[in-house]
Each structure stands twice: as structure tokens, then as C-alpha cells.
Write a protein that binds this ligand. Structure first.
Ligand SMILES: Cc1cc2nc3c(=O)[nH]c(=O)nc-3n(C[C@H](O)[C@H](O)[C@H](O)COP(=O)(O)OP(=O)(O)OC[C@H]3O[C@@H](n4cnc5c(N)ncnc54)[C@H](O)[C@@H]3O)c2cc1C
Length: 419
């Protein structure tokens, strides 16, 4: 990742003046909202979150407008992520619609090898929890709405950025209304196609995988028993994750251009195709829902820290979902940034200096590099059909299954405990 920007000469306590808010977060996705919640624990810090989409009202005291669905996207949360939501006091509510993962089975369709990770063998109750994004989003958003020091501007789009030595000024649009807000620190958490990143002049390296993730929810005739499957097939990996009510989340990676027939076909035709690709390890697929496709690419920002701005979440790195690590990695970034920003704020220091933000970036590059490389190699390694390699992979999985130390290392990695 290259760096192009240097600290402006004049970074004085002027940052304390003329600002509209202390931290301006662009993007109210899972990352922007989680960061805002972490920062909001410091009551004297004023945070403004800008989100392009109009968010649900969520009146206090009323039940959340959630319906368990058969067509939502889900996220596997690592133990570290779960622990963070516990610290925020949100886990009790989140877990009412989350399911623990007790086992992870990794295998390759049509070959002998299989690796099995079992939570109690690693002395943990679970490897993490699977949660519907819809529920996670509602709980986080309602919690954020109760924070007195947070202003949420939804239905508002960032259109321009103007840096000065002491602050970043964002031009914002709500329909035809144009207004601006200034802060000593702007956090760009506006997703893979980040407008902020472009406006800040930061390039991104994008490597298309020529694959799509077909996402849906299914049921099988057998209980899921809290087992997560990662099944590598000749067309791409299929992840099957346990959900509440014995549903299972499917992320089926397919070559780009082959997904449409599987989206348009009848449910029965889809179940037959899935059964044939996945095999019978999870039982018979008996029910499915609407299918959605997400194009897959590895996108990495060429820099994350600038004077007065930092790039976070999918705007900084968008990964292949094969290993379920994208959001968990983003959350560890949020924790590291929060720690530095809160320390500076409490000591009366400027929170938006290049020195502070580079310190954050430097601290995070190693973990980011490891996770990005791990996910990328997993996709590419299992896409290679060379016969010798297929054998080596399967022999590797058998050996791995017999090696407690290797299993423990991978388990800790999957739980978000090893960086
Ligand atoms: C199929 C699939 C499965 C996945 N499964 C897992 C998993 O199991 N575990 C895991 O850890 N990760 C998983 N991930 C990754 C995870 O979903 C992402 O890491 C996470 O959603 C990133 O969130 P974000 O907030 O950075 O970006 P986004 O969710 O893209 O949010 C960006 C927000 O910014 C807003 N925005 C955009 N432009 C503007 C603008 N100009 N002005 C204002 N607002 C703007 C958007 O409306 C949006 O709300 C998966 C991803 C996919 C595709």
C-alpha cells in the first residue's frame, strides 16, 4: 500500500475551533455504525454519522421491525467481534437471533480429505456466531439512536471534500438541499465503491475474481447441529452456516455469468443443483428462498491514513467472503482506531493528525495483510484443478485433521483471536 500524502505544515489547536462535530463518519453500514457506537462511549466526543440511505425510524420502547426471513444476508461473527458487542452491552439482544458455530467442516467435493474443527476440543463453547444482517443492523442502529452525543444524518449523500490544515469539510446533499459540515477527523466508511476515497484522491487496487457469490437461505431434512461447512467444488467454494430455526445460510461462489439460471429457476431446480454441487454431507436440501448475487473482487485502498481523514471498512479492503473474515477484520480496525482517537481526545490532543492516523494504519497493516492473503489464497488454491495439487490439498486436510497444534492455530484465527 503506497503513501502519497504528508502532514500540512500548520496543524495547530485551530482544530478545536470552527468545527461542527468532532468526528464525521461517512457511511452507516455495519462498520460506520459499529465505529460510532465504540466512539460514543466517550460522552464528551461529538460524532456525526452520514448515511445515503433513509434509515428506519425505530421508536424507543417499540419492538424492532424484524421478521425472521428466508432471504436475508448473514454474517459469521468471530469470538472477538461477539466480545466487542458484549462490551457494548448489545450481545444479549443480538443473540436472540444468532446461532453459535460448534464445528467447522472443510472438505473438497469428490475427494477424500476433510478437516474438522470442534469447539470443545479447542476449549471454547463456540467458534463464533452467525447472525442475520437485518437483525444486527436494527439492534446497532437503535442503540446508536439512544446515544446523546451522536447525530445521524440519513438520506444524506457526501458529494465533495475540502481539506484544510485543521479540519476536513464535507459537502453534503439531502435531495436539492446542499450543506457542509467540518470536523478535525473524517472517517470514510462508505463501502467498496467509496466516494470519499475517490474524493480524497486515494486509489484502490481491484482484482476481480471473475466470480459471484450466490446468497440464499435453505433448510435441510437434518438438523444443522451448529455445524458450519466449507465445501470446495469444481466451480468454487460453498459455505453453509447454521441459523436459528434450523435454517442455513448459503454462500455459493460461482464463475461470473453462470449465476442467472440459478436465480431464475424454480426452487426445486435450485435445490437439485445445490444438492448435486454440495453433496449429501448436510442432508437433503428441502427448502430455499430468493437468490441474490454479489460480484466478487479483492479491493485494497492504496493508503488508509491522510491528514484529517482515515479510510475504514470495505472502503479500505473488500475481501472474498469465502473465509467469513471481512467484517471481523473491519471490526478489529475499528477497535484500534477507537483506542487511538479516545486516548488523544482524553489528553486534549488533536484526533485528526497524520501522525495519529499513520500510527493506526501501521498497527493494522499486518493483520490486514494476513487476512487478505489467507482469504485470497484459499480461493485461488482451491480453484486450481491440477491433479497433483488436488491430491496434496486432500492429503493436507487429512494431515491437518490429525495435528492438534495446526488445528488450534487455525481455530484461533477463525475466532479472531490470533492476529
Ligand atoms: C456474500 C457475503 C458474505 C459475507 N459474509 C461475511 C461473514 O460471514 N463474516 C464477515 O466477517 N464478513 C462477511 N462479509 C463481509 C462484510 O459484509 C463486509 O465486510 C461489511 O459489510 C463491510 O461493511 P461496510 O460498512 O464497510 O460497507 P457497506 O456495508 O458497503 O456500507 C457502506 C455504507 O455507506 C453508504 N454510502 C455509500 N456512499 C455514500 C455517500 N456518498 N454518502 C453517504 N453514505 C454513503 C452506503 O449506503 C452504505 O450504507 C460478507 C460479504 C459478502 C458479500
Amino acid at each position: 500500500m503506497q503513501r502519497a500524502v504528508t502532514e500540512p505544515a500548520n496543524t495547530t489547536s485551530m482544530a478545536q475551533h470552527m468545527k461542527d462535530t468532532d468526528i464525521l463518519i461517512i457511511g452507516g453500514g455495519m462498520v460506520g455504525v459499529t465505529l460510532a457506537l465504540l466512539l460514543a462511549r466517550e460522552a464528551s466526543l461529538r460524532i456525526t454519522l452520514v448515511e445515503a440511505i433513509t434509515l428506519p425510524a425505530l421508536s424507543p420502547g417499540e419492538p424492532l421491525p424484524y421478521r425472521p426471513s428466508f432471504d436475508a444476508r448473514n454474517t459469521a461473527l468471530s469470538r472477538k467481534t461477539v466480545a466487542t458487542y458484549q462490551e457494548l452491552g448489545l450481545w444479549d439482544e443480538l443473540q436472540t437471533h444468532a446461532t453459535p458455530i460448534h464445528e467447522i467442516h472443510v472438505s473438497e467435493r469428490g475427494h477424500f480429505g476433510m478437516a474438522r474443527l470442534v469447539a470443545h476440543e479447542e476449549n471454547v463453547e463456540s467458534f463464533g456466531q452467525v447472525i442475520e444482517n437485518a437483525w444486527l443492523g436494527l439492534v446497532l442502529l437503535r442503540a446508536l439512536k439512544t446515544c446523546a452525543n451522536v447525530t445521524i444524518l440519513d438520506g444524506v449523500r457526501l458529494t465533495a471534500l475540502t481539506p484544510s490544515p485543521t479540519q476536513m469539510t464535507a459537502t453534503l446533499a439531502r435531495g436539492d438541499e446542499i450543506f457542509s459540515l467540518s470536523a478535525p477527523l473524517l472517517v470514510a466508511a462508505d463501502g467498496a465503491q467509496s466516494v470519499s476515497r475517490t474524493l480524497l484522491g486515494i486509489g484502490a487496487t481491484t482484482t476481480p475474481y471473475e466470480q459471484v457469490a450466490l446468497v440464499t437461505t435453505v433448510a435441510t431434512h437434518l438438523p444443522h447441529d451448529h455445524i458450519a461447512f466449507e465445501r470446495f467444488t469444481e466451480h468454487g467454494p460453498i459455505a453453509l452456516l447454521p441459523l436459528p430455526d434450523n435454517r442455513r445460510s448459503i454462500v455459493w461462489t460461482l464463475p461470473a455469468g453462470t449465476e442467472q439460471p440459478l436465480i431464475d429457476c424454480s426452487d426445486d431446480e435450485f435445490l437439485t443443483a445445490l444438492q448435486s454441487a454440495f453433496g449429501k454431507r448436510a442432508g437433503r436440501f428441502v427448502k430455499t428462498a430468493k437468490r441474490f448475487a454479489y460480484p466478487l473482487a479483492l479491493t485494497v485502498a492504496q493508503a488508509q491514513a491522510l491528514p484529517r481523514a482515515v479510510i475504514l471498512g470495505n472502503a479500505a479492503h473488500t475481501l472474498h467472503p469465502v473465509a467469513g473474515q471481512g467484517f471481523n477484520l473491519c471490526l478489529r480496525d475499528c477497535l484500534a482506531l477507537t483506542q487511538r482517537v479516545l486516548a488523544a481526545h482524553r489528553e486534549g490532543r488533536d484526533t485528526g493528525t497524520l501522525a495519529l492516523l499513520r500510527d493506526y494504519e501501521d498497527a493494522r497493516l499486518g493483520d490486514q495483510h494476513n487476512v487478505i492473503t489467507f482469504s485470497d489464497r484459499l480461493v485461488r488454491g482451491f480453484s486450481n484443478r491440477t491433479p497433483g495439487l488436488t491430491f496434496a490439498r486432500n492429503a493436507g486436510m487429512v494431515t491437518f485433521d490429525l495435528l492438534p497444534a495446526a488445528k488450534q492455530a487455525l481455530a484461533r484465527y477463525a475466532m479472531g483471536l490470533n492476529q
